[in-house]
Write a protein of this length. Structure first.
Length: 276
């Protein structure tokens, strides 16, 4: 459900103009818009729950054609209402990682094959358990390290990574899997020990120990910290900027400018932000 909400949040940027038109006209007519989408976005648009929300809440039906990110901006887009491209950063990162694996381990030992333009990563990769390594991330729900560390614990049905990404919860407890399961069980014990501590400094120190174990045994490999750059008609310094939770999704008290914003126009806001 969390993934759907994030997808809908991104999709809202694509449909906001059409939605505004519908609200202003106060029309009950369903508006159809069409455009190009990246392959991994198709699973979201084909989701019946998403289609129901778009139709019933926003009076929208979306028609789309699959296209690569480069094709979207080079092909004729006449008659298209929107572009919803794939994640080129993820593909570039995977390409770099493939070269790193080859340089470090040799391709005779490990070959990293990159899959692109799947219609749904969850349905076509994660659920059939085809991945050996996956580039992913976590948006924290609340301000405690437990929110991160618990996602890789063994035997926890709510642990996102062990249930869906690493699939550690599905491993049979046998001689072949003994070493891998031993790591997950030891890490889980460290997380559970940290979670039992209420005093903040001691709790954080215990979670740091669990995190060090996670990284030292390459259960997770830090790859990059994503920083985005945008052309915007919304003053980003007027928006909520919480480090966790759903506050950043709230469209409240936003300052907008129909002509957009330049760095010079936001100089005072930037200075105030840096002084905090």
């Amino acid at each position: 459900m969390k993934t759907k909400l994030i997808g809908l949040g991104i999709l809202a940027a694509v449909i906001i103009a059409a939605a505004a038109y519908v609200f202003i006209s106060n029309s009950q007519t369903v508006t159809e818009i069409n455009g190009y989408v990246g392959g991994e976005k198709i699973g979201l648009l084909e989701d019946e729950e998403v289609q129901d929300i778009l139709r019933d809440r926003y009076r929208l039906v979306i028609d789309y054609a699959k296209a690569g990110s480069i094709d979207m901006v080079t092909d004729d887009a006449e008659g298209r209402d929107f572009l919803f491209p794939s994640n080129q950063t993820a593909l570039d990162t995977a390409t770099v990682l493939k070269q790193v694996f080859a340089d470090s381990l040799g391709e005779d030992f490990v070959t990293l094959n990159i899959g692109t333009y799947v219609s749904s990563v969850r349905k076509e990769v994660y659920e059939p358990q085809l991945q050996s390594i996956a580039i992913t991330g976590w948006i924290p729900d609340y301000g405690d390290p437990q929110n991160y560390m618990s996602q890789e614990t063994y035997g926890n049905d709510n642990a996102y990574y062990t249930v869906l990404v690493s699939n550690a919860n599905d491993l049979e407890d046998n001689e072949q899997n003994k070493a891998v399961l031993g790591l997950y069980k030891e890490f889980t014990a460290l997380v559970e020990a940290a979670d039992a501590i209420s005093e903040k400094d001691a709790r954080y120190a215990a979670y740091a120990k669990a995190e060090a174990f996670l990284l030292d045994h390459a259960m997770n490999i830090p790859v990059y910290h994503d920083i985005g750059w945008v052309l915007t008609k919304i003053n980003p310094y007027s928006k909520m900027n919480a480090v966790y939770g759903i506050q950043n999704w709230k469209i409240k008290n936003w300052e907008t400018n129909v002509d957009g914003y330049s760095t010079e126009m936001l100089a005072e806001d930037i200075a105030a932000h840096k002084s905090k």
